[in-house]
Design a protein. Structure first.
Lengths: 168, 501
């Protein structure tokens, strides 16, 4: 069975042999030898042509956060069905979550710099979240128009709260 | 003689103090908030008492509850660590009035040096250079503007009771001054219930260098050398080292002498730190004195070979300091990385959650002062410092290589940490060359962020394979398959259960 992994702009195709799974994973159009072993719920050892990698893998927004050599990347995995769905434009597009601004930590909305209808530039200051006794400034990851704000100054918000939405 | 010490702190510093108590056969008493019942300091201490709900104002700053624990536990001394009540003169007085020994300088010295203006005046009285700036808190924005123009932009807006970057703002243009003053004021009012604001000169390529001082009750005051603390984010230190690669022996001597004079002038006892700013022309200015043990004290311990907590206890017991009479020469080089629960690549956003897996680095020249354990929940209530990694080497290169090696050995799952960021800083040419100032991190952060995203081709393949493997494990196997064909061992089944929790 074919699998496609996406790390940023890098896409790699793998062939997974169902009879020997989960060990039989091969990179398509390549002859590298791989040996992948699970060490604990979240850590794996991988030998690629003898080179040793220690991986930490946790689930993350429909994909996996993979740490290798102390670098963490988001990896999205699609199997054959997923690849086909994607080809015919049937899969969920992830772009509609891009303009949604969530907070990664609980805290207090100390200040809002923008209001609905504002044209937002990438890296523009959006709001200040007070958490761990620090004022954390949040900037926009995208450019667009601010369509709505779901909080007001002084609100206490939980981890994962949707703060505002930017239409790209 | 001290028999039992109450430690009014948490995290790595509480654990570090407990370790010294153990070595000396002194009983340790921990205090904990509701969310810290199973934190390492509680598990490691001989006794532990709950002092209230999670917010620190209800627990670690709750003097009433702490007083009760002093009585219940029959402790004969209090070690405040750093932060929380460590520089609270009223608390020190309360401890002394309750008949216990306070492991720190006398309350009046804490009060004096904790007031930035009083400390500055004291420094001036012993001819120590100070940064040009306002000597009275500014009362209104018009005055702020006038004084800032006299000093010359850029200026630094800072709070009287401030520290660790809270309530501090750099202002480069006059039109930004009002907003900066207001924000510093509001942050300061909230953080330390004191909204007095000062303005001072902002220095060129400044280095943050501090001198560890120690004074006993027999009139002896010593300098234990400097710590270079210029790698900072939001004015908070991340990496410290000693000796400083920036200063020469002549400047080292001047800084040490100035620090000792200030320490003597304020009638200090115990461990203290005199902080200086040194600009690129090697002009140095007294900044402030921290009247407590510093977070970064281990780098000094590594190169002088003395346990500073033991020396603190000697001073409190009225003994003489055990440092030799001749000037102390550091042996080798030590570097410390602070490990925070935060993502250096996402504007240092704090990370909370449960630590699912945890492996610490080991091996030659490595010291870890940790305050967390596997299975622990990192909450948003306290400082996000998880611990400190300190490496020692015969020279700077060896200490640096050991730091790179041991940072790579860390394995933490469940929360984001500053480890990847520290690795890139330590590996960066400016750090390797020892050519950096307090502005360097800000200047190189863009290039660090880019590096943080780059994976080698093989590493990308590895990440892909791992993610597929993990995806297969977490996706239920097709019904037709028997467990045998899936090669599911009892171990991997258990692993899957653990993964699902």
């Amino acid at each position: 069975m074919k699998y496609l992994t996406t790390i940023g702009a890098v896409k790699l195709e793998f062939e997974v042999n169902p009879d020997t799974r989960p060990f039989g994973i091969e990179l398509l159009k390549s002859s590298v030898k791989m040996d992948c072993r699970q060490l604990s719920p979240n850590s794996f050892s991988l030998l690629i042509d003898g080179k040793s990698y220690f991986l930490t893998i946790t689930e993350n927004d429909g994909g996996y956060a993979v740490t290798v050599n102390q670098k963490t990347v988001d990896v999205f995995v699609q199997d054959e069905t997923g690849i086909l769905l994607n080809k015919y434009g049937l899969s969920d597009s992830s772009s509609d979550t891009l303009g949604k601004i969530f907070v990664p930590i609980p805290g207090l909305i100390a200040k809002l710099f923008v209001s609905p209808g504002d044209i937002i530039e990438k890296d523009q200051k959006l709001f200040i979240l007070e958490a761990m006794k620090m004022e954390n400034e949040f900037t926009s990851p995208v450019a667009g128009t601010l369509s709505s704000i779901f909080v007001k100054t002084g609100d206490t918000v939980n981890k994962g709260t949707l703060i505002m939405e930017i239409t790209i | 003689m001290i028999h039992k010490i109450l430690i009014t702190n948490r995290g790595e510093i509480a654990v570090r103090i407990i370790r010294t108590c153990r070595e000396l056969g002194i009983k340790s008493v921990a205090v904990f908030s509701d969310v810290d019942r199973t934190a390492p300091h509680v598990l490691k201490a001989d006794e532990a008492y709950n002092i209230g709900p999670a917010p620190s104002t209800d627990s670690y700053l709750n003097v009433q509850r702490i007083l009760e624990v002093m009585q219940i536990s029959e402790a004969d001394a209090v070690h405040p660590g750093y932060g929380f009540l460590s520089e609270n003169a009223d608390f020190a007085e309360t401890v002394i009035r309750a008949g216990l020994k306070w492991i720190g300088p006398p309350p009046e010295v804490i009060r004096l040096m904790g007031d930035k203006m009083a400390a500055r005046n004291l420094a001036v009285s012993v001819q120590a250079p100070v940064v040009p700036g306002t000597t009275e808190p500014i009362s209104h924005i018009g005055e702020a503007l006038e004084r800032a123009n006299e000093i010359g932009f850029p200026v630094l807006v800072k709070a009287a009771g401030g520290g660790g970057g809270k309530g501090m703002r750099i202002v480069t243009h006059a039109d930004e001054l009002e907003a900066a003053v207001n924000r510093a004021r509001s942050e300061a009012a909230k953080a330390f219930s004191d909204d007095r604001i000062y303005i001072e000169k902002y220095l060129e390529e400044p280095h943050h260098i501090e001198i560890q001082v120690f004074a006993d009750t027999h009139g002896r005051v010593v300098s234990l050398g400097e710590r270079e603390c210029s790698i900072q984010r939001r004015y908070q230190k991340i990496i410290e080292e000693t000796p400083s690669p920036f200063i020469d022996s002549q400047l080292r001597k001047k800084l040490s002498e100035t620090a000792v004079e200030i320490t003597r002038a304020c009638r200090y006892t115990g461990a203290g730190t005199v902080e200086f700013l040194v600009d690129k022309y090697k002009n140095y200015y007294f900044l402030e004195m921290n009247t407590r043990l510093q977070v970064e004290h281990p780098v000094t311990e590594m190169v002088i070979g003395f346990d500073l907590v033991k020396e603190q206890l000697r001073v409190v017991e009225g003994k003489r300091l055990s440092f030799p009479d001749k000037p102390l020469h550091p042996r080798g080089h030590a570097i410390e990385c602070r490990l925070y629960a935060e993502n250096g690549f996402k504007n240092f956003a704090p990370s909370v959650g449960k630590i699912l897996e945890l492996d610490f680095p080991q091996g030659p020249g490595v010291r870890l002062d940790e305050g967390v354990r596997a299975g622990q929940e990192i909450t948003p209530y306290y400082d996000p410092l998880l611990g400190k990694l300190i490496t020692w080497g015969r020279n700077r290169t060896e200490a640096l290589e050991r730091m790179l090696r041991s940072l790579q050995e860390f394995h933490i799952v469940g929360i984001e940490t500053s480890i990847p960021y520290c690795l890139l800083i330590i590996g960066h040419e400016s750090f390797r060359a020892g050519k950096y100032c307090t502005k360097t991190l800000e200047e190189i952060s863009g290039s660090l962020e880019k590096q943080g995203e780059q994976l080698s081709e093989n590493a990308a393949i590895a990440a892909g394979v791992g993610a597929i493997r993990r995806d297969i494990i977490s996706t239920p196997a097709p019904a037709a398959k028997t467990p045998d064909q899936n090669q599911c061992s009892p171990w991997s089944l258990q692993g899957r259960r653990n993964g699902l929790r």
